[in-house]
Design a binder for this molecule. Structure first.
Ligand SMILES: [Zn+2]
Length: 270
């Protein structure tokens, strides 16, 4: 499913064609994705100018000059197609700018969502209200993470997947960041040392940053807005590499934590 780097890549791709543009035509080809489209979606978008784009966790944000923001989630299989040649039956929302650029929100499995939120109240939008800091933002520091984890007896790995601790981190990135920082995934969260957290925060940013730079993708049916497929899976150090050699000479192991596969190396993660 699209992870934070794919959403960031998508937002950057959309910004190139949408920023400052006026939306001329809108077609909602069905009434819903995971939940109904806002009833005034077509009316609010038509004629609006896009003032900027952004991202919160795995949600993309399209800010409009009418005081509202379109918030989209790509669910399991969502992607935006830019200037698709032919229409596809999974193009559920189609937007055309005044300059003639067509954008289609395509989502075969329809686990995605589209909402309209008042821009000034966006922090209180349901999914954002209790969210922790952005992993790439200034509010996540070794000190704030240490405070958030203080006294927590749960293992560090599921705690990093908890959106209230850090927003938008997925399983792959947590496995890779813990490996890079040399922290064992089953270590009690409140007992991870200050120096380990000082390695972990930059490791999280590096893993996400490298994935974004690579055009970020983790699944086969994900495509960038331009329509190109992105692949980054080949460069994981531990994820998906059970029984393979770690770069330290150890062996990558897998176990299940909170229903998710954890990949790690007991030789270099302490
Ligand atoms: Zn190792």
């Amino acid at each position: 499913m699209p992870e934070l780097p794919e959403v960031e890549t998508t937002v950057r791709g959309l910004a190139r064609v949408l920023e400052g543009e006026r939306i001329a035509r809108v077609a909602a080809n069905r009434p819903d994705l995971r939940r109904p489209f806002p009833p005034d979606l077509v009316q609010v978008l038509t004629g609006a100018r896009v003032t900027g784009l952004g991202r919160r966790a795995k949600y993309g944000l399209i800010h409009l000059d009418r005081g509202s923001t379109l918030v989209f989630h790509l669910g399991m299989s969502g992607r935006w197609r830019i200037d698709p040649g032919a229409a596809d039956r999974h193009d559920h929302l189609v937007i055309e700018t005044e300059t003639g650029v067509r954008l289609a929100l395509n989502d075969a499995r329809r686990f995605g969502s589209v909402d309209l939120v008042m821009t000034e109240a966006i922090d209180s939008f349901g999914p954002f209200a209790a969210m922790g800091p952005e992993p790439l933002g200034d509010l996540l520091t070794p000190a704030t993470l240490r405070a958030a984890l203080a006294g927590r007896i749960a293992p560090i790995k599921p705690m990093l997947l908890n959106q209230r601790i850090v927003a938008g981190l997925g399983n792959i990135y947590v496995c890779e960041a813990l490996h890079r920082a040399g922290i064992r995934p089953d270590k009690e969260a409140g007992c991870v040392s200050k120096s380990a957290l000082e390695r972990l925060v930059p490791a999280i940013r590096q893993v996400l940053g490298e994935s974004i730079a690579a055009g970020g993708s983790t699944i086969r049916d994900y495509a960038q807005p331009s329509g190109e497929l992105g692949y980054f899976a080949a460069s994981w150090a531990v994820y998906g590499r059970e029984d393979e050699a770690c770069t330290c000479g150890g062996k990558v192991e897998r176990f299940v934590q909170g229903g998710r596969s954890t990949f790690w190396c007991r030789k270099c993660q302490k």
